[in-house]
Design a protein around this ligand. Structure first.
Ligand SMILES: *[C@@H]1O[C@H](CO)[C@@H](O)[C@H](O)[C@H]1NC(C)=O
Ligand SMILES: *[C@@H]1O[C@H](CO)[C@@H](O)[C@H](O)[C@H]1NC(C)=O
Ligand SMILES: *[C@@H]1O[C@H](CO)[C@@H](O)[C@H](O)[C@H]1NC(C)=O
Ligand SMILES: *[C@@H]1O[C@H](CO)[C@@H](O)[C@H](O)[C@H]1NC(C)=O
Ligand SMILES: *[C@@H]1O[C@H](CO)[C@@H](O)[C@H](O)[C@H]1NC(C)=O
Length: 465
């Protein structure tokens, strides 16, 4: 009994800590697990790709569990299969959270569901089966292991041969190391058959400006001031927009990235009576659209290898004198610049929300839940942010990344455009079965990565056989 009380307390504490709790419109078992994922993202400070992976696979497990239950007509409940599927999925990825968080959370939830022993047993075996199937299918994803080395070598090769417009490492003193993070190019998509083929067919007009060129002059001028750390014209609103969108900057920022922004938006705007099925399906579509757009995004980033603002402004080019002490407001230099990942996420998620609601002018207010750095003294707290539409939240993301000094205007615009395009494809082709592919496991293939010889050229990562 003492144990049960303890578990219930843990659940109640989680709800109380879940700073988002008051803003939930639709409260059901699927939403509750989505909130638990948002806590994991925050406590483990997960990167966008990883956090979205958890949100999306939890939702897919829920949706599959509901379909399995409907198809078999087993004697248990929707809530029970959703709970057990979520539990199995999260325990598979975060086994270290099982004892202290996941199982107490499940246990407290089960107490509210009043299930018989056999309903629990059935739900458990069904939930585990669908969740582990989802996990197993992702194990073949070649993305990280085999692409990190080749992309790093492609940068190193050029370190001593700087070409205006191309990405390279920078030596920052006592600051973020210039690491390269390659998470998604060549990654497995969920619905889109192939990112590269998609780009060749649908994004022909994409590409960053050549350097030098009049187009580059425009991008340069639009960012050199507003992106700079110590520009005198910076306003509090600019600082807060940048800090909020990038995440984990100050109290009231998003917990890490726009991924959390959009799941919080979905929890906020879904009507209270939304069914479990509709909730799980919408969360799945959000996550899949974000994921597949990010594979397209990375394919572009590691094909164009465009230079980041600190490289560009410090190095200068034929039409611009070097500004050796130029620093961006939020320093982050881990992947080629074009296009912006944050606006890709927002463009993609914003389009899914518009498709779900059949309109854009749905207003909402979001409070970022980042609790602030443990030993920071900043008193600047970002308050709730109000948006009159999904499109307004996408615009805020664009400005936030420019005010951070992280992306040129063309890159934030193209990120949002590609996200929305891919989201529309995902929405239209949701139930399509995907090809299984003809290639052997990536362990038996070479990943080839080469930087272009000049800015504007596209040389995507390739698998060689
Ligand atoms: C960067 O730092 C490394 C090691 O400190 C040094 O060897 C290299 O010359 C530096 N590169 C530039 C471009 O300053
Ligand atoms: C970005 O470009 C668009 C389209 O040209 C323009 O309307 C907008 O004002 C630009 N934003 C900034 C911050 O310069
Ligand atoms: C914006 O941030 C910069 C850089 O940290 C800081 O110097 C400036 O005081 C801030 N501006 C306002 C109005 O808060
Ligand atoms: C950057 O360098 C310029 C030119 O040397 C100087 O005028 C300016 O004060 C410097 N800015 C900072 C923030 O160090
Ligand atoms: C915070 O303030 C304390 C007390 O003034 C100071 O000792 C500490 O260095 C500050 N920490 C940071 C990260 O600025």
């Amino acid at each position: 009994m003492a144990l049960c009380t303890g578990l219930l307390l843990t659940f109640l504490t989680l709800i109380a800590l879940g700073q988002l709790a008051p803003t939930i419109a639709a409260d059901n078992v699927a939403v509750q697990w989505n909130l638990l994922v948002s806590q994991f993202v925050c406590t483990h400070n997960m990167q966008p790709t990883e956090s979205n992976f958890l949100y999306l696979q939890t939702a897919l497990a829920q949706w599959h569990a509901l379909l399995a239950l409907k198809d078999t007509g087993a004697c248990t409940t929707d809530e029970a299969v959703v709970a057990f599927a979520s539990r199995a999925l999260l325990a598979a990825y975060l086994p270290f959270e099982e004892d202290n968080t996941i199982d107490p959370f499940l246990d407290a939830q089960l107490q509210t569901l009043h299930l018989t022993r056999s309903q629990k047993r059935l739900a458990q075996s069904m939930g585990e089966a669908v969740a582990l199937d989802i996990v197993a299918r992702r194990l073949k994803d070649p993305r990280r292991t085999f692409t990190y080395g080749p992309t790093r070598e492609a940068v190193d090769e050029r370190e001593n041969d700087p070409t205006p417009g191309l990405y390279r490492f920078l030596n920052y003193t006592g600051n973020t190391p210039s690491l390269i993070i390659q998470r998604s190019a060549l990654g497995q998509t969920f619905v889109l058959p192939n990112a590269l083929a998609y780009i060749e067919e649908n994004l022909k007009h994409f590409g960053p400006p050549k350097v030098p060129s009049p187009e580059w002059d425009v991008e340069y001028e639009q960012l050199v001031k507003i992106g700079r750390d110590n520009w005198k014209g910076r306003t509090k609103e600019m600082n807060q927009t940048a800090g909020f969108i990038f995440g984990s900057q100050q109290k009231g920022s998003l917990c890490r990235s726009p991924v959390d922004f959009w799941f919080a938006i979905a929890r906020t705007v879904l009507p209270p009576k939304t069914s479990l099925y509709d909730t799980a399906l919408l969360f799945s579509k959000l996550g899949v659209a974000i994921h597949d757009s990010r594979v397209v995004l990375s394919t572009l980033q590691y094909g164009f290898w465009y230079w980041r603002p600190p490289t560009a402004f410090r190095a200068g080019d034929a039409n611009h004198k070097p500004i050796p002490n130029w620093s961006q407001y939020i320093l982050w230099n881990t992947h080629p610049e074009y296009p912006s990942g944050a606006t890709t996420i927002s463009g993609s998620a914003g389009a899914v929300m518009e498709l779900y609601f059949g309109k854009t002018d749905v207003p909402f207010t979001i409070q970022g839940t980042y609790p602030g750095p443990a030993c920071g003294n900043s008193t600047d707290v970002i308050g709730p942010r109000h948006y009159k539409s999904f499109a307004a939240a996408v615009e805020d993301t664009k400005l936030g990344r420019m005010y951070a000094g992280a992306h040129y205007n063309i890159s934030v615009r193209h990120g949002a455009e590609l996200g929305a395009k891919v989201a529309n494809y995902i929405w239209k082709n949701w139930g399509m079965s995907t090809p299984s592919g003809i290639l052997p496991a990536s362990a038996y293939l070479n990943v080839v990565s080469k930087q272009p010889s000049k800015a504007g050229e596209f040389r995507p990562l390739k698998l060689e056989y």
